[in-house]
Design a protein around this ligand. Structure first.
Ligand code: AGP
Length: 611
């Protein structure tokens, strides 16, 4: 995700900005840029690709100043090239903006500004902010008030840092979603996406809350709420070292990434889902109603966790499309002589976009004439370059080897695709609207699980950590979650675990059940709920230890299970995004209890680029 840094003080600003951006590199980016205000006005330097490209340009420019901003961009709106790299400017070049997140209503704002004569130079949603501020300054409003008024017009999730070269020395930073922190120094103040770049200058940090904005100059920082009231919040003293800062205080990347899921899921649907018209908008997906009419079957190719996302995708797409959907392992697909032709749509699902088995399968499908799309988390990765269309999951870089936020955002992408297919097929608007409403609630529901169940799950992890085997059960949309829960536990705790469709248990695995076997089951209210309950009674009758993930307040399950983990209710196709979260936490806390290397489990690599 984008990295943000803003500085006002006495130091030479370019090394401060570049040093800060280096500390934010771990967030992932495809271009970078800085703006410096000095005697020459606002000077902006940007470059595609790595920070070293930007540094090379700066070597030629010899820029100096003590006030400016820097940005690493993870593209959402518009290609990852120099022109779309931040900072972005208004028509005068004096108002400069950097941004992380998505301005959802940028399109109508842009149209209005264009009509008023503003000239846009980029494909980004960010640029509207600079022009909106400019519009007000032109009308005689001072910069800070122009920002205040502009913020009230913006919808979406964003972190913004804004400066005006004609009023040097003042930075305004606003938060509505993505993180933004202010470091209070001596004769200097510094703003960034997280604390990592601030630690070289100060340990006194103010965390901005949603809806708040800060006005900083060399001496002071004032914080305001969304109604422009002063906020008084004493700074926190941060004692983290640099590595802890990158993990934002979490013990492991995996735990940080589990907690990032509300944001990651939101960033995946934001700007793509329009409830009023019940429309889905994918800017990188070339799949029109005419294209869709020619598709007779869909094949999903993936590996590991992404394959599990594909299995959930099969449920969602089959229901929406009413055509056959197959899901294959990348390593199996091309060796089984698959039936592919021009009426086949192949969906490659890959977080990294570099998994050799998945790419080999996609290449084979392309060679035989299939239309190819990819669900991917990394812009410009190999899988995206070979595809006709891409749905990016805006999870941000995933560092923990065990995939968590990449998975829930893949499920989000599949759900949006299923709504899009319903739209292409001219299906009922009310179903799509209700689906969008439920989707929008999912981040809150994940937050609810994290808030109310994490400690309980940690206790359960301690209770069951010494078990040598686990069985995970689910049916329908939750069968892939049973597989995913088992995979997560195996990967990071090295405990043997199997995922099974609950109805299949009686055909074999039931022989394993005794008082030593914990059985983790997902039994939320779906059309097969009663069947799952019967399966769980079979476990109980054989003294198995039942840990059940169920809907809040389910008394029937409470009576039957040894332990319950309650999750909020949602519509069936979205339930897997919620039911997987307790399985991630259970695996994490068991591995932690056993003292395993959670982020770098033995024998595993984050991206498997060999066959
Ligand atoms: C999941 O926890 C694993 N790290 C692994 O199964 C992973 O999902 C698989 O290797 C596929 O990776 P990809 O999504 O990058 O293609």
């Amino acid at each position: 995700m984008c990295g943000i840094i803003g500085y006002v003080g006495t130091r030479d600003v370019v090394p401060v900005l570049i040093g800060g951006l280096k500390k934010l590199e771990y967030r992932g980016y495809d271009s970078a840029g800085i703006a410096v205000v000095n005697g020459n006005g606002v000077e902006v330097v940007r470059a595609e690709g790595k920070l070293s490209n930007l540094e090379a340009k700066l070597d030629d420019r010899k820029l100096h100043g003590s006030f400016g901003m820097g940005h690493t961009r993870w593209a959402t709106h518009g290609k990852p090239n120099e022109n779309n790299a931040h900072p972005h400017r208004d028509c005068t070049g004096q108002v400069v903006v950097i941004h992380n997140g998505i301005i959802e209503n940028f399109l109508p704002l842009k149209q209005r500004l264009q009509k008023a004569g503003h000239e846009f130079k980029t494909e980004t949603d960010t640029e509207v902010v600079a022009h909106l501020i400019e519009e007000r300054i032109k009308g005689g409003t001072k910069f800070v008030d122009a920002v205040r008024q502009t913020l009230k017009e913006l919808e979406g999730h964003f972190a913004l840092v804004m400066i005006d070269g004609s009023e040097p020395g003042t930075i305004v930073a606003a938060k509505q979603g993505p993180p933004l922190v202010v470091g209070l120094g001596e004769n200097e103040n510094i703003i960034a996406s997280d604390v990592a770049p601030l630690l070289a200058y100060t340990r006194n940090i103010i965390y901005l809350e949603d809806g708040e904005y800060a006005i900083a100059d060399q001496q002071n920082v004032r914080v305001f709420d969304k109604n422009d009231n002063d906020v008084t919040r004493p700074p926190k003293k941060i004692l983290w070292d640099a590595v802890m800062a990158e993990k934002e205080g979490y013990r492991h990347y995996m735990l940080k990434e589990i907690h990032e899921q509300p944001r990651a899921v939101r960033d995946t649907f934001n700007g793509r889902m329009f409830e009023e018209s019940a429309q889905i908008y994918f800017n990188d997906l070339q799949l029109t109603a005419d294209d869709w009419a020619k598709i007779k079957k869909v094949q999903v190719i993936a590996c590991g966790t992404s394959w599990h996302a594909g299995l959930v995708g099969k449920f969602l797409l089959e229901d929406a499309a009413r055509i056959p959907i197959e899901v294959d392992y990348g390593s199996e697909y091309r060796y089984r002589n698959p039936i592919i032709d021009g009426s086949t749509l192949v969906i490659g699902v890959t977080q990294s976009g570099e998994t050799a088995d998945t790419i080999a399968g996609m290449q084979e499908a392309k060679r035989q004439g299939a239309k190819l799309i990819t669900i991917c988390n990394v812009i410009g990765a190999a899988a995206t370059r070979m595809s006709d269309g891409v749905i990016y999951t805006n999870a941000g870089p995933e560092i923990g080897v065990a995939s968590t936020k990449a998975f829930t955002t893949q499920l989000t992408a599949f759900y949006l695709l299923s709504l899009y297919i319903r739209e292409l097929r001219g299906e009922d608007v009310s179903v799509r609207k209700q689906g969008m409403h439920e989707m929008r609630m999912i981040p809150h529901r994940i937050e609810h699980i994290l808030k109310h169940q994490e400690q309980h799950i940690e206790r359960l992890a301690h209770k069951y950590a010494n078990s040598t085997d686990f069985l995970f059960l689910g049916r329908g949309v939750h069968y892939p979650i049973a597989l995913e829960g088992a995979l997560k536990l195996k990967e990071i705790s090295y405990i043997h675990a199997e995922g099974y469709p609950a109805g299949e248990m009686k055909h074999g695995p039931i022989a394993l059940i005794d008082e030593n076997l914990p059985v983790v089951a997902i039994a939320t209210k779906t059309p097969v709920y009663d069947k799952v309950v019967s399966n769980l009674q079979e476990v109980k009758a054989r003294d198995g230890k039942l840990i059940v993930i169920c809907d809040e307040g389910d008394e029937e399950i409470a009576k039957l299970a040894d332990d319950v983990i309650e999750i909020p209710h949602t519509i069936e196709p979205l339930q897997p995004i919620l039911s997987v979260v307790p399985t991630q936490l259970l695996a994490y806390y068991i591995a932690l209890r056993l003292g395993k290397d959670v982020d770098q489990p033995r024998n595993l690599a984050k991206s498997v680029t060999v066959e």
